[in-house]
Design a protein around this ligand. Structure first.
Ligand code: FAD
Ligand code: DHB
Length: 392
């Protein structure tokens, strides 16, 4: 088989890139190692920046998001129970959209299926070949047979544990990483959210987040030590811990019950440099990871593939390599800016056992500054709602 762009991975990055290329008349095949059901079963992001909302509309998959997503004009911060609202709309005239990653992925999968574009699911032993030479190829096994896809370019959209970044020779790539000594224990429940807006809470027992998927489905997280096992967390233990970390009045109105999903996600900051190796480009979580505190990972993935698609359009349409030559620098500039914000939100709101009482006083001073300063609030709002301008 031959295509112009082989896309490895059918997560949000790969599916969005596939759609952008399809609209530009560029041929692409997506190779995914799991089934569509597996891809849809992973509960992750919940918040879309305006630029991601605009992008999904532009590529024709915004209808359900517009009908079912919930626009939010602000978020609440809580520090040992003291509350401060950050009003994005008043501060900057902006808002974000609460619409789950699962739903974004479902909309993209359905649009791709309707268009007839090829996605190969359940592909085993995916390998990348000769992306530094003249004949880039992707091979995979399916139903006991080895298949080969020849292409001009390979887009590595296969997440942090994927094969794309791992295929780059070690001396050609530099990585930067911080692993946090804790994770997020997340619970989904079919109960109305505890508040109209998201609550990001710092407490000496640890971070907590109250989020939602709809007016009847809520998503909650608590910070747990890296060593914790999900089996040790009964629903009751989770609700007790969450309540203990919230403002007492909020805790009182929390509607609990049986969870419908429970999982632990580790926290990590990670950047690879550069992001282009001959005809291979890394995008999304394959290129960088942020701790989820700033709600940025999915939004970064959407930004990366928008830049890549624009570069590929320029390459095929205008015969100019300028866009793809700039890809790495342009994406890395956005990546480091967003890494800084996600790191800052994480260090403001989590408990770091090793930083002691001094560290907590600094966190409190940071929170008090946010409460007192409109400029500090504007800075948070600017970063949370998305700093960059949308590339064309
Ligand atoms: P992935 O979603 O990881 O997709 C990669 C795909 O590649 C997968 O389908 C995988 O099966 C496939 N793959 C892997 N290896 C191979 C291979 N060898 N061959 C073929 N295919 C392969 N982001 C936000 O913007 N807002 C939020 O509110 C937010 N909250 C989050 C909360 C949590 C708890 C977590 C864990 C993450 C959160 N994120 C959030 C981050 C967001 O979920 C990720 O950044 C996003 O999924 C990245 O998309 P991706 O397509 O790059 O990678
Ligand atoms: C959700 C996840 C996040 O990381 C975040 O910052 C906000 C919301 C969520 O899953 O709803």
């Amino acid at each position: 088989m031959r295509t112009q762009v082989a896309i490895v991975g059918a997560g949000p990055a790969g599916l969005t890139l596939g759609r952008l290329l399809e609209q530009a008349g560029i041929d692409a095949i997506i190779i995914e190692r799991k089934s569509p059901d597996y891809v849809l079963s992973r509960i992750r992001a919940g918040v879309l920046e305006q630029s991601s909302v605009d992008l999904l509309r532009k590529i024709g998959v915004g209808a359900r998001m517009d009908a079912e997503g919930i626009p939010h004009d602000g978020v609440e911060l809580s520090f040992d129970g003291d509350m401060q609202r950050i009003d994005f709309h008043d501060l900057l005239g902006r808002r974000v959209m609460v619409y789950g990653q699962t739903e974004v992925t479902r909309d993209l999968i359905e649009a791709r299926a309707a268009s007839g574009a090829i996605t190969i699911y359940d592909a085993e032993d995916v390998h990348l070949h000769d992306f530094d030479g003249q004949k880039p190829r992707v091979t995979y096994s399916k139903d006991g047979q080895v298949h080969e896809i020849e292409c001009d370019f390979i887009a590595g959209c296969d997440g942090y544990h994927g094969v794309s970044r791992a295929s780059v020779p070690q001396n050609a790539i530099k990585t930067f990483e911080r692993v946090y000594p804790f994770g997020w224990l997340g619970v989904m429940i079919d109960q109305p959210p505890v508040a109209e807006e998201l609550i990001y809470a710092h407490h000496h027992r640890g971070f907590a987040l109250c989020s939602m998927r709809s007016h009847t489905r809520s998503r909650y997280y608590v910070q747990v030590a890296q060593t914790e096992k999900v089996e040790d967390w009964s629903d009751d233990r989770f609700w007790d811990e969450l309540r203990a970390r919230l403002n007492p009045e909020i805790a009182e109105s929390l509607k609990t019950g049986a969870s419908i999903e429970k999982s632990i996600a580790p926290l990590r900051s990670f950047v690879a440099e550069p992001l282009r190796f001959g005809s291979l480009f890394l995008t999304g979580d394959a290129a960088h990871i942020v701790p989820p505190t700033g709600a940025k990972g999915l939004n970064m993935a959407m930004h990366d593939v928008t830049v890549l698609a624009a570069g590929l359009r320029e390459f095929y349409g205008e015969k100019s390599p300028a866009g793809i030559d700039n890809y790495s620098d342009r994406v890395l500039a956005n990546t480091w800016r967003t890494e800084r914000f996600s790191w800052w939100m994480t260090q403001l709101l989590h408990t770091f056992p090793e930083s002691g009482e001094f560290g907590r006083r600094i966190q409190r001073a940071d929170f008090d500054y946010l409460c007192a300063s409109r400029i500090a609030q504007q800075s948070l709002a600017e970063n949370y709602t998305g700093f960059r301008s949308q590339p064309s």
